[in-house]
Structure formats: C-alpha cells, structure tokens
Design a protein around this ligand. Structure first.
Ligand SMILES: NC(=O)c1ccc[n+]([C@@H]2O[C@H](COP(=O)([O-])OP(=O)(O)OC[C@H]3O[C@@H](n4cnc5c(N)ncnc54)[C@H](O)[C@@H]3O)[C@@H](O)[C@H]2O)c1
Ligand SMILES: O=C[C@H](O)CS(=O)(=O)O
Length: 474
C-alpha cells in the first residue's frame, strides 16, 4: 500500500511481508518505484506551499490527533511490530510508547519555533533572524525500530512545517502503513505526508537526485548513509544521518559488578542485540574479569528465546538469514582466535512451532582485538568480553576508529566518570547507565556513526533554516 497525496494506492507489483519467527506471510502489499516517487515528491512540493503557512498551533493540533489515534490502537501497533520485526511484545509495546512520545513532544515544539532580533550597526536598520521550514523532506528508515524511527523523523518535520516522503524498510512496512492510517484519519492536508514502499535503490535515487527534495534524513547502516550523502551532494541537501554503531561498555575494577552485569544485559540483548546503540564490546578490568564473566554468563543463560508473541520471551529471532549468518561467522571467528564461549554460541534449537533465525544469547570470554567482533558491528545477541590493565589503555581501545554513536562505562569513582565523559569519542555516553535514551536528549553519533541529532529541541533544528533579514527604514 502506497500513500500519495492523501490517497491509498495499489500497484501491480506486490511483496509478501513475512514473520521472521515463523516464516509465514503476514500480508501482501503493493510496491512502488520511480514513477510513484516522482509523483509523491511533486505532491509534497505542492502541499508545502500551504503547509509552511500554517501556524505552530495548527500543526500541533494535527500531531495531537495522531497521538490520540495511535494511543487508541497501541496494542494493534505493538502486535504489528512483533509480527514483522520479531521483537518480544514487551519491547514492541515500549517502542509504540516511544513512537507516540515523539509525536506528543513535537506537538508542543511546533508552538516554540523562535527567531532573534539583533542589535543594529546602523540606527535606521532593524536586524532579524527568522526560522523557516526546510521544505520537502525524504525520510528513509530501518527495520529494527519500524515505528519509532518513523515518528522520530516525521514528527519534527511536520512540527517545523515541512512535508515528507517516507520510505520504510521493505522487511517491516506494515508499521509504516498503520501510522499512515492515523495520519490519514487525522485529516492531514493532502500531500503533507507520503508513503513509498518498494525497491530501495530506485526510490532512493529519485529522492537524492530531485532538486525538489531539500532534506534527506536517514537511519540505517553507515555504507548506505555514505551512498545517500554522496548522491545528495549534487543538489546540496540538508542531511541527517543516524548510522551504525559499535558501542563499548567499560567495567572498571571499582564498579558495582552486579550493576554492570545488569547494564550489559539491558544494552546487549534488547531487540536481540539489533540496535544501533547496543553494546558491541565489553571491556572489563583484568582483576575482576573472571567473576564478571561468570555472573554475566549465569544471567545470560536464563534468557528465554522464541516467538516474541509468546509470554516470557526475552530474545526473538534475527531479522533474516543474512543477519544470522553474520552472527554465526563472528562467533566462529572468535572461537578460532582463542575466544571461550561461556554460554550460547549456536543457533537456538527451539522445540516450538517456529521457523525463524534464532541465535542463543552468547557470552565470549578472552575476546581480543584480532577478532572480527572487535571492529564489525554484530547486530546480534553476542557479548564479547575484552580485558584491560589501566584507564589509558581502555580509553585508547574503546575509541573506535570509525564508529562514534554510543559508549558506556561503570565506575564508582566520580573523577573517573568525569574523565570518561570527556575522553570517550561518542555522541552518546552513559556513565553507570546503559539505557540513556530519553526524548529530550539529542540522539546521534559522530564520525561515521552519522551527523545531526534527533529528539528534544535539537531534533527540530534539523528541519529549520535560519533566514537573516535586515530592514532599513531610511
Ligand atoms: N543510528 C541509528 O539511530 C540507527 C538506528 C537503527 C539502525 N541503524 C543501523 O542500521 C543498520 C541496520 O539496519 P538496516 O539493515 O535496515 O540498514 P540498511 O542501511 O540496510 O537499511 C536502512 C534503510 O535504508 C534503505 N536502503 C538500503 N539501500 C538503500 C539505497 N541504495 N537507497 C535508499 N535507501 C536504501 C533500506 O531499505 C532501509 O529502509 C545497522 O548498521 C544499524 O546500526 C542505526
Ligand atoms: O537502533 C537504534 C535506535 O535508535 C535505538 S533507540 O530506539 O534510540 O534506543
């Protein structure tokens, strides 16, 4: 199902959306391509002429209608996420709450777009800076948070007065359809939001080459982000890139070990490890490494793997065969490089009615910097434990050459915590906190983890341009 200019559109090309836990077809949907993308951009451009003139209060009211509709449908939205993504229902419900929270937050931010007046250099001049919406925005989102990554982009874009053309991941398009049903029922003006589902390359190349698209906002892998940036350069688009990560989690010898173990559990195994800010490397001080490994493995081995729709499941399937293959290869490579698997280390053998790509939550001890897992994003439920001797060494190793999204450390030494705040080269740092994400904070990475921020007042800036005006009354 495509949604262009306020109308649902069927096409002859179809695609079967499957449940990664069972392999069953959930729904067959229409696919669009170049033609539909050109049409959607044109309608978004037309709609922008009027949408940009609405007041913040008017845009806020639309967003609040969507909040109400999504709240009424929250259980259905969560079930849709679990069916197409595989994550446990509890995780899906928290994603729905997060998705609604972005809309609610930006319904208020829409009313708080401020400008400046500047002290003039000449008595007959009046200097102003006004903030105006960027224009037509192309948004591209990933499968791991199929609902909240959409509203984390569309909510601030609409609040700022922009119009949007969205392409969600083909693995998880149904969550996008459901949120667009809410946009439709909230009676957003035709063309303000448009939904394209189809071949990523074909749609993406239209989005990046069209001069009518003034902003590209992308959440996904670093290689695709680089491609989109390259392709957008020809029309000098404003860009927000939320890309890959490789988070270190450092446990110092003075840390509360049980708290640090819990911190790894929360950061590593949420969404089966398929999150951009998931811990990818656990660095533990040599003196406590054995005790830490035992405690982490003991808790990890108790996690329940299975179909996310069932009660009590903590870890669902990986999104597809390739994702499972990558995790298996990284674990085998770790074994080949003297790593010791303390728990898991193989595909999950489930005695349930499942047909998915499940991998047992895994802890690897004696991990080293020669392993693939030390530098490649895992995007799976595997926690490798590296040891370190001192603070200077671990800072040097924790600062990844290219990634810079999130990092965590556990210490009860305040001075050390403040030094980590300064020294860790990441966009997000959690100190004794492996779940730092809140809506009012700027979410985003540095280096090859991306550019731009999402969330809070920062997220609105991405969809606004400052215009300087000098008014002479001579
Ligand atoms: N920084 C963040 O906030 C964040 C959030 C989620 C995922 N990610 C990253 O995304 C990756 C996993 O997600 P993924 O597999 O969906 O990433 P992906 O980059 O393969 O896909 C992301 C989106 O880009 C689209 N896409 C792929 N090729 C494209 C092209 N040529 N033109 C236009 N669009 C294209 C996909 O269809 C999907 O909608 C991981 O690296 C993860 O770290 C980052
Ligand atoms: O995968 C990346 C998401 O941005 C994680 S979170 O939803 O921000 O926690």
């Amino acid at each position: 199902m495509l949604y262009i200019n306020g109308k649902w559109i069927q096409t002859e090309n179809t695609f079967e959306v499957t449940n990664p836990a069972t392999g069953e077809t959930i729904e067959t949907i229409s696919l669009g391509g170049k033609e539909e993308t050109i049409e959607a951009i044109a309608r978004a451009k037309d709609a922008f002429k009027q949408w940009r003139k609405t007041t913040g209060n008017q845009r806020s009211n639309y967003l609040k209608k969507v909040v109400q509709l999504m709240n009424e449908r929250s259980d259905m939205l969560a079930e849709t996420i679990t069916k197409e993504n595989g994550k446990p229902l509890a995780d899906a419900k928290s994603e729905v709450a997060s998705a609604i929270n972005y809309l609610d937050w930006y319904a208020e931010e829409a009313k708080r777009i401020y400008g400046d007046t500047l002290s003039p250099s000449h008595p007959d001049k009046h200097l102003m800076v006004i903030r105006q919406p960027v224009g037509v925005c192309a948004a591209i989102t990933p499968w791991n948070f199929p609902l909240s990554m959409i509203t984390r982009k569309i909510a601030p874009a609409l609040a700022a007065g922009c119009t949007v053309v969205l392409k969600p991941a083909l693995q998880t398009p149904l969550s996008a359809v459901k949120v667009f049903e809410c946009f439709h029922e909230a009676e957003l003006p035709e063309g303000v939001v448009n939904l394209l589902i189809g071949a990523a390359d074909e749609i993406g190349s239209e989005m990046t080459s069209s001069p009518d698209v003034r902003k590209i906002t992308f959440t996904g892998s670093t290689p695709i982000g680089k491609k989109l940036l390259r392709d957008s350069a020809s029309t000098v688009k404003k860009a927000s890139m939320e890309l890959g990560g490789h988070a270190p989690l450092i446990v110092f010898e003075d840390a509360d070990i049980d708290e640090a173990v819990q911190g790894v559990m929360q950061s590593k195994f949420k969404n089966s490890g398929q999150t951009c800010i998931s811990t990818n490397r656990v660095y533990v001080a040599e003196s406590i490494a054995d005790e830490f490994g035992e405690k982490l493995a003991e808790k990890t081995s108790k996690l329940q793997v299975g179909n996310g729709l069932q009660d009590g499941i903590n870890v669902g399937p990986l999104i597809n065969e390739n994702a499972l293959k990558k995790v298996k290869e990284q674990v085998e490579d770790a074994r080949d490089n003297n790593g010791k698997v303390l728990c898991g280390g193989k595909e999950a053998d489930l005695n349930q009615d499942v047909n998915g790509h499940f991998y047992e939550p895994t802890v690897i001890q004696y991990a080293n910097d020669q392993m693939r897992i030390a530098t490649e994003e895992t995007f799976g439920p595997v926690a490798p434990i590296f040891t370190f001797k001192d603070e200077d060494e671990v800072i040097e190793r924790a600062n990844h050459d290219s990634y810079g999204l999130a990092a965590y450390c556990f210490t009860q030494d305040l001075g050390r915590g403040l030094r980590m705040m300064q020294e860790l080269d990441y966009g997000i740092v959690g100190i004794n906190d492996s779940l730092p994400i809140v809506i009012q904070a700027p979410f985003g990475g540095v280096k090859e983890s991306g550019m731009g921020k999402e969330g809070g007042k920062y997220g609105l800036e991405e969809y606004l341009e400052e215009k300087y005006v000098s008014l002479s009354t001579k």
